[in-house]
Design a protein around this ligand. Structure first.
Ligand code: NAP
Ligand code: GFB
Length: 325
């Protein structure tokens, strides 16, 4: 990891959404670093201030006076939560993003790295998706609220750069999983949902395990600790306002069925996996290219999927009393 100091002055990095899956991964990575001086990291969750509220947001910036911001805070959820709450995803994320970026401008933050998602790209598109395609057409109907709110981050970044010279940029992760994920059955993504439900199936000795949908959709999954390493690298080394996709390679794309089989192996579950095709599949695919990332950070090594999955399952089993379920 590049340990170049970002400046001779004190650097204060505020991580909004710091209590979540990605935020806690960044905390883990930063705490493992050695030899980096003059960087102070602050990880905030909603208990430190509701970023939908402008006053709370400015109070947080007034308290910490960050020089840099990694902006992760968002209303986040899986396919079924998005389908049921598109308006909330739009309004809450629009409010959070406008407050955080305006406070960053008002408090003279030198650099902000915000977070988009590969699920916000146009539904009707050519593949692989790349960074130039964000606004080329409507997103998938299942998560239009979240998608349009996230796209507005890119619009805001360009506006603050053009009008005020701010270095506000964004990264575009594919689907993320790992320790500290949201394992709640109501709002979780597919991997934490299956990890948690299969833990119960193992405990109960259930002979079958149900996966929602057909299992045929394709996804790219990045381990949260890998994403965290890339986030810290972007903060220190990527200075363009244009979004940067942070995804595993196209050939690492897997079906939902393959994900279920990997979780079955990690749990040591011996029952049969069955599919409930009355449930939605969501987007069939959202294959993204990481060519731009690979051109900038040539030797980055992603954690093998099975190893990352085993670590995630093990973490859940050891922490289910304190995990978000
Ligand atoms: P997460 O685990 O649900 O964490 C969300 C974070 O945002 C939490 O720290 C939460 O704080 C905070 N937050 C939510 N509402 C807030 C509010 N009103 N005020 C202040 N803080 C608030 O989500 P994640 O998976 O880490 O996502 C982090 C970022 O990555 C998000 O921007 C998300 O869109 C993006 N992303 C995620 C994925 C994925 O597959 N997970 C994929 C692509 C992009 P509390 O927990 O304290 O409420
Ligand atoms: O992670 P996920 O919920 O979201 O994955 P998306 C949904 C896929 O997993 C669908 C299948 O094909 C589901 O049919 N699936 C199977 C399940 N069993 C389950 C289960 O128990 N729970 C869930 N959640 N899915 C999201 C976007 O799309 O991607 C969000 O809606 C977000 O906005 C996220 O950006 C990264 O990958 O389909």
């Amino acid at each position: 990891m590049n340990k170049a100091k970002m400046s001779a002055d004190k650097t204060v990095i505020l991580v909004t959404g710091g209590s979540g899956l990605v935020g806690q991964a960044i905390k883990t990575v930063v705490e493992e670093e050695t030899g980096v001086q003059n960087e102070s990291w602050v990880f905030c969750g909603s208990k430190d201030g509701d970023l939908r509220d402008k006053g709370h947001t400015e109070a947080l910036f007034e308290k910490h006076k960050p020089t840099h911001v990694i902006h992760l805070a968002a209303m986040v959820g899986g396919l079924f939560h998005n389908m049921a709450h598109n308006l909330d995803f739009f309004r809450e994320n629009m409010a959070i993003n406008d407050n955080v970026l305006h406070a960053s401008y008002k408090y003279g933050v030198k650099k902000v790295v915000s977070c988009l998602s590969t699920c916000i790209f146009p539904d009707k598109t050519t593949y692989p998706i790349d960074e130039t395609m964000v606004h080329n057409g409507p997103p998938h109907s299942s998560n239009y609220g979240y998608s349009y709110a996230k796209r507005m981050i890119d619009i805001l970044n360009k506006g603050y750069h053009q009008q005020h010279g701010c270095t506000f940029t964004s990264v575009v992760p594919c689907n993320v999983f790992g320790p500290y994920d949201n394992f709640s059955l109501e709002s979780s993504h597919v991997i934490p949902a299956l990890v948690r439900r299969m833990d119960t199936a193992v405990a109960n000795g259930d002979p079958t395990f149900t996966v929602m949908g057909s299992g045929k959709p394709l996804r790219q999954f990045i381990y949260s600790l890998d994403l965290a390493r890339l986030f810290v690298w972007v903060l220190r080394n990527y200075h363009s306002v244009e979004p940067l996709i942070l995804s595993v390679d196209e050939e690492d794309e897997v079906t939902i069925s393959a994900v279920a089989e990997a979780i079955k192996k990690a749990h040591g579950y011996t029952g049969e996996i069955v599919y409930d095709t009355t449930k939605a599949d969501g987007q069939y695919k959202k294959t993204a290219s990481n060519k731009k990332l690979r051109s900038l950070y040539k030797d980055f090594q992603f954690t093998p999927f099975e190893k990352a999955m085993q670590e995630t399952v093990d973490w859940f089993k050891q922490n289910k009393e304190r995990a978000r379920i």
